[in-house]
Design a protein around this ligand. Structure first.
Ligand SMILES: [Zn+2]
Length: 150
């Protein structure tokens, strides 16, 4: 894999890095591409075992992933509803099919969405090694002090 040295790319380059996005969605580290991001079906390791970036810096880091997962599930549910109703009309049991579809959509999409969200946090500069200061790469952000725990 030919990638520039870690940390050499700015946020704009990271957001354009679709290979990194795809790596994240597949459950690989968006920073180095190695496995070991997920320690269970949905659980994420605290740091990358290969390159050492910290995946979860804030306790609420995955709220966005949940919001996205529900959005994805809602889209799937709308598509399934439209297809079923257009083809078969309203029929008894439709509600249970939709309940099952919604639950399955959430369960199946959470992991790839969480991986995608990890890529997004990496691209935004939130996924770094401990002690690594990206403040020069994102001038004007000035949020680093607010993130320090007291
Ligand atoms: Zn890594």
């Amino acid at each position: 894999m030919t990638r520039p040295p870690e940390g050499a790319t700015g946020a704009a380059d990271r957001f354009r890095d679709l290979r990194a996005m795809w790596r994240g969605t597949r459950g690989l580290c968006p920073n180095c591409g190695s496995g070991g991001v997920f320690t269970s079906l949905w659980g994420v390791a605290p740091v990358c075992p290969n390159c050492g970036v910290r995946f979860e810096r804030e306790s609420g880091a995955w709220v966005g992933a949940w919001v996205l997962t529900y959005s994805v599930a809602l889209l799937i549910l709308i598509v399934v509803s439209v297809v079923l109703i257009v083809n078969f009309g309203l029929f008894p049991g439709l509600e249970w099919i939709l309940v099952g579809t919604g639950a399955a959509a959430v369960l199946l999409s959470y992991r790839p969405v969480k991986g995608w969200w990890l890529w997004w946090m990496w691209a935004a500069g939130f996924v770094t090694r401990d002690g690594e200061d990206d403040i020069e790469a994102y001038p004007g952000s000035g949020t680093r002090d607010a993130k320090k725990r007291g």
